[in-house]
Ligand binder design. Structure first.
Ligand SMILES: NC(=O)c1ccc[n+]([C@@H]2O[C@H](COP(=O)([O-])OP(=O)(O)OC[C@H]3O[C@@H](n4cnc5c(N)ncnc54)[C@H](O)[C@@H]3O)[C@@H](O)[C@H]2O)c1
Ligand SMILES: [Zn+2]
Length: 373
């Protein structure tokens, strides 16, 4: 029988991987520190009794020694995420935490057969774009001075024209211009190069924006759909950055979990990075309006003309590489939002944490204001 360790297995993506692995008949162990910002009420009810649960922090070597014992496949989902002012905590959780896992497996000669790591499309500097005159190019991070002028477009590097977003493939330049993205880049590169050095198969999955039941309704820093919903159910407008025309590829969490199980069992995936997304993008302003409509709230989004330095303008996944292994997302955005809202409605009263978070982010300049246009 295959034995899996799912780090972050109490969270959104990890918990659905746990379910998929149990359904496949695997033995499952969860390692999760139940980070307070995400799990204000402690261990969530969806952690199944069939899985062994270790409450521990990936930043501690001893925790890894215990968690990795007897494991065949690791799904490494635990991470610190979002747009937060911390720097050291991102690097410690996502970088050092992963480094400790790799050292533990290597130095104790553990018979781990594969490591699948949750990366992110945040590792790209920008999406791909098309200039009407000069064709396809990979965008660069937009300069802060440009955003401060209220110019949010990605311009052609040759002629300066406004451009159209295009699907972004895995060859797009990586690096990232915010701390989260840099920490995910470090994590991904550490694991891939360790895999080449040790010969232990590794796979990195670069998820696009993932949503669905169990996405924390407490955490005001991650999950655009969850944040907008907690605002709307409290009769507050969703706060949309930039001009609302920035776009994201939103994928339902069950599809992301299936992608994990697929690459865990397919040797063709070894050593590779894959985008995981739908190939369709929605403008964030439209998403806010769609959620208001589905929740029956006549509330328009608020657009204060703010932006977050280092954020991508557009994210449309080119999902062909994973598609070649037979993966296709099954849940449409309409169906996914319905299923998510059914879950939200079943959660009882929902508090709103975003307003206070927003003030803090402004003070720390994680959110900045553009000149009035
Ligand atoms: N949700 C998305 O849109 C998205 C997009 C791209 C990549 N990812 C990546 O996918 C992974 C899972 O994200 P998610 O959306 O399920 O997030 P989540 O916050 O719902 O789950 C993460 C889990 O990890 C745990 N955790 C955090 N720090 C930990 C630590 N130091 N030690 C042990 N456990 C810790 C948390 O308690 C939580 O249960 C992360 O690596 C994230 O970077 C997510
Ligand atoms: Zn051009």
């Amino acid at each position: 029988m295959t034995s899996a360790l799912v780090t972050g297995g109490a969270g959104l993506i990890g918990s659905h991987i746990v379910d998929e692995a149990l359904a496949a008949g695997w033995d499952v162990r969860i390692l999760d520190n139940l980070q307070r910002q995400t799990h204000r009420d402690g261990k969530p009810p969806w952690v199944p009794v069939e899985a062994e649960f270790i409450q521990g922090d990936v930043r501690h070597r001893r925790v890894w020694e215990r968690a990795l014992d007897g494991v065949d496949v690791v799904f490494h989902e635990a991470a610190y995420g979002g747009y937060m002012p911390e720097i050291a905590k991102f690097i410690a959780s996502n970088g050092v935490g992963s480094a400790l896992m790799l050292e533990t497996i290597r130095d104790r000669n553990l018979p781990v057969r594969k490591v699948v790591v949750a990366s992110s499309q945040a590792v790209y500097n920008e999406g791909a774009y098309t200039c009407p005159a000069h064709g396809h190019f990979y965008g660069s991070t937009r300069p802060i001075a440009q955003l401060e002028r209220g110019d949010f477009d990605v311009h052609c590097p040759i002629c300066g024209a406004a451009t159209t977003p295009a699907p972004t493939d895995e060859d797009a330049p990586t690096g990232g211009e915010n701390v989260y993205a840099i920490s995910k880049m470090i994590q991904e590169r550490l694991i891939l190069s360790w895999g080449r050095a040790t010969g232990i198969p590794v796979v990195a999955l670069r998820y696009s924006c993932t949503y669905g039941p169990r996405q924390s309704l407490f955490n005001p820093y991650t999950g655009v759909i969850a944040i907008f919903c907690t605002r709307l159910v409290n009769d507050l407008p969703p706060v949309v950055y930039e001009d609302g025309r920035q776009s994201r590829d939103l994928i339902f969490v069950e599809d992301v979990a299936r992608a994990n199980l697929l690459v865990a069992s397919d040797a063709r995936a070894n050593g590779q990075v894959f985008n995981v997304g739908t190939g369709r993008a929605v403008a964030i302003g439209d998403l806010a309006r769609l959620l208001a409509e589905r929740l029956g709230k006549a509330i328009a989004p608020k657009m204060p003309g703010e932006f977050r330095p280092g954020e991508m303008r557009a994210l449309i996944t080119d999902a062909a590489r994973l598609g070649a292994l037979g993966f296709a997302p099954r849940v449409t955005l309409d169906e996914g939002i319905d299923r998510y809202l059914d879950w939200v409605r079943a959660q009882g009263p929902i508090a709103e944490y975003f307003a206070r978070a927003e003030r803090m982010l402004r003070r720390r300049r994680v959110v900045k204001r553009a000149a009035a246009r």
